[in-house]
Design a protein around this ligand. Sequence first.
Ligand SMILES: O=C(O)c1ccccc1NCC(=O)[C@H](O)[C@H](O)COP(=O)(O)O
Length: 258
Amino acid sequence: MSLLTELVAGALTDAEARRVDLPLSAVERLAAEAPAPLDALDFLRPADKVKIIAEVKRSSPSRGRLADIPDPAALAASYEVGGASAISVLTEERRFLGSLQDLRDVRDAVSLPVLRKDFIAEPYQVFEARAAGADLVLLIVAALEQKQLAELFALVSELGMTALVETHSADEVERALDIGAQLVGVNARDLATFELDQELFGRLADGIPGSVIRVAESAVKTAADVAHYRRAGADVVLVGEALVTGDPVARLEEFRNA
Ligand SMILES: O=C(O)c1ccccc1NCC(=O)[C@H](O)[C@H](O)COP(=O)(O)O
C-alpha cells in the first residue's frame, strides 16, 4: 500500500469513528450554521509581493516530530502578525498529530482564511471542515478518481469554500484545470518517496493559466527558496517546517520580502 493510500485510509477510518457521535445530518447542520466562509481567493490574489500560506505542522511522515505546538491558536496569531495571507492547519491525526480542534482554535484566533489540510476523500470530511470554520479545503488529485475529485470540488464550492487542488505532474494539473480549479498547488514533495524537487513547480507552472492562482508547496527553508519559486511564477508559497522550527514572525517577514 502506498503512503498516500495509507494516509487516506487512516483519515477515512478516523472520520468514520467521529461519525458515530456526529452523523452526517448533524455535521451538515453545523456546517450550515457556521459563520460564512472568507473569500480565500481574494486574500491570495497575485500582488507585488508573494503571498504566504503558513502551516501549523507538528509532525510529518518524512521528517518526524517537528514542534510540539501546544497552542496552535497562538502560533496562527503570530503568523497573522508576520503577514501570512492564509493559515493551513494539518488536521490529520495519525502521522501529522493534528486535529479538527486545532482548526477550530485557529479559526477563533485569526481573521485570515483557514485551510483544512488533510486527506479528504468523502463529503463528510468537507462538511466537517466547514463546520469547524474552514474557508479552504485541500483536495489532492493523486488521491482521488476524477469523478470523486469533481464531486468533492463541487461540494467545497457549494459550501462557499475554496479548494486548493494539489498536483504533482502535468497530467494532474490538467485534471485540476478540467474541474475548474482556481487555486492550484504544485507540491515539490513526492508523497510516495518524500523526495523534494524544487524545480517541479517551474516545469508545471507554464501549464497553469494566468487566471488561476499558482501555489508552490513544500521545500521552502530560506528566502532564496521563496525567490526561486517567485521567479518560476508562484503567486503563493505554502510553508510548514521552516515556520514551526524558527521564529515565525521573523521568517515570514524575510520570506515576504524575498
Ligand atoms: O510533509 C510530509 O512529510 C508529507 C508526507 C506525505 C504527505 C504530505 C506531507 N506533507 C504535507 C505537505 O505537503 C507539507 O506539509 C506542506 O507543503 C509544507 O511543506 P514544508 O514547508 O516542506 O514543511
